[in-house]
Ligand binder design. Sequence first.
Ligand SMILES: Cc1cc2nc3c(=O)[nH]c(=O)nc-3n(C[C@H](O)[C@H](O)[C@H](O)COP(=O)(O)OP(=O)(O)OC[C@H]3O[C@@H](n4cnc5c(N)ncnc54)[C@H](O)[C@@H]3O)c2cc1C
Length: 613
Amino acid sequence: MPIVSAETFAQTSFDYIVVGGGTAGLVVAARLSEDPGVIVGIIEAGEYLPDREDINVPGYFGRTIGSDIDWKFETVPQPGLNGRKILMSRGKVLGGTSAVRFSDTKSSLLYADAWEKLGMSGWNWHEILRYMCKAETTIAPSAEIQEKYSARFNPECHGSSGPLISSYPNYVNDKHTEFLAAVRATGLKENLDPDNGHNVGAWTFGGSIDPRTATRSYAATAYWAPNADRTNLLLVTSAHALKVTFAPSTSAGQNNELCVAQGVQFTAHRDGAILRATAKRAIILSAGAIQTPQLLERSGIGNPAILREYDIECVVDLPGVGENLQDHIYIPMSYEVTADCDTWDDTRDPSKHAELWAHLQQKGKYSHMHSAVAMAGLPILAGSLQRLEEHLASATRKANGSVEDYAKQHALLAVYLGEPGQAQAEIIQAPGFASFASQTEIGKRYHSHINIFLRPFSRGHVHIASSDPHAAPSIDPRYFSHPLDFDLFMDMVRYSRRLMRTDPIAGYFVRHVDPGSDLCDAELEEHVRQQAATLWHPVGTAAMLPREENVVVDQRLRVYGTANLHVVDASVIPIIPACHPQQTIYAIGEKVRDNARIAEHRLNAAALGGRFD
Ligand SMILES: Cc1cc2nc3c(=O)[nH]c(=O)nc-3n(C[C@H](O)[C@H](O)[C@H](O)COP(=O)(O)OP(=O)(O)OC[C@H]3O[C@@H](n4cnc5c(N)ncnc54)[C@H](O)[C@@H]3O)c2cc1C
């Protein structure tokens, strides 16, 4: 079935409606519609743009930020970042944020197991790996690349028949090997099998890129395009979902009755008529960690005090909606390197751009993103035993004294902190200038480190902030609000500087550029507060945990207090994984089909008195 009009969509009687045709939403819709006996509808605010170069060409990563396919949200001023508002990009296009993301890493074993430790049985590393593999087909690197660039490949940790295509770079920059060697010299081991759950070390990493066409593989190419002719899968694009509606008999959620979700209100234009689509079995919210809580609140599910402010009738009292916001923040740090380094800097020179572009394209440089990465635990980052012990004592003290809702999470984080096998930071090598603070000088060569802080203790929130359903929510990640986060972040920054002065990469080092040389501690800290920003990995705002923990969905990803309303996207992740989250999000989508058994709700909901024709 092709993409349909809003009117056709509203007139169709669905079994399932998925709100948000993004990373997880398209997985769920594709898997549910494998059953020809059900009709599945997807409501997506963006358009289907299969020919957009800034999506398809992997080397163009970053160009979509702030563009017409970006929701362009902003956080509220962040005191931990000198009061700056931070741009929170989200993909507004079929495929969602998978259309604009950069690289991929799989999760760590212990971290995924943390979800089970927090009370969600069945959500552990082995399950998540199983579903990550179901989602992907990884094309193994050639024997030459494996040997030359330490890009080993263990087929047991990769899928061979999933729709998402992953591959390894066929081009690495000329200091790739030296970077990995320098990382080893700081005490980290080369990791030849980082996808087996133990992701500390240095390696060559791949991404969701189809090497046959050198184009991005993402939710729209993997889960929509191959299934677009299914007659039982209908998609409406440029349609904004406003709220979920419930069966009248169960509204207000009194007497422990479960509310039965029946439909979704949406508009095809900002000021257009409000249309309504109905679903007999279940409604699945997959609008992402920023907008799923917004839709829940608009539908009357959330903290009654917040709902009252905007005259929204409370259907289910769930104060956890929009809380537990976690994100990765990062800082790019740039170093000038010797003139013989082959970097991407000359492409910034307008007089050389066209010639270089053709040359680099030929070499395959734009067919991939980054290639060398290191993940380090605190024992390496801290740099000294004394500093490590100080951090551990402080984390344990704070975790024990934590009276917040997050005490259990903080206790787990404190334990992981001391373990060398648990990554606290990720450092991606970038062969070129990547900082925000200074201007690049034409003719100079640079190397940058993209330094990502992986295990924040800070927790923030996202809530509606207006009665206008089209208005952006208020996003407050509270970056660095937990003081330990800033201390740990600074260790990562100092490690990056140490790494650049470690042989063999030290042989190419010319000077610190961003941050500059000879900064005292206070100046370096000020630089961080002025330059750190989100890596756009928000999760956790409709978290999956036991109900007594004040959260939102159960382990079948069903919203507490409802019979058939589910959340399937980054919002359900209870504690942010120490890796890029995308593959975990695909896995969550894949697991739902088998484990959450959404389909059973026809019986459950019917028994509860919902109107199902
Ligand atoms: C610039 C950038 C780089 C990134 N790089 C990486 C990376 O390298 N590796 C990695 O793993 N992750 C990366 N991420 C994060 C990753 O892409 C996301 O975590 C992931 O794609 C989120 O998936 P999701 O299904 O939760 O939401 P999304 O994929 O964002 O899907 C939500 C969908 O819902 C739609 N929607 C929202 N509200 C409504 C509404 N009211 N009505 C209708 N439709 C609606 C949206 O348009 C969107 O299509 C990056 C993110 C960004 C922004």
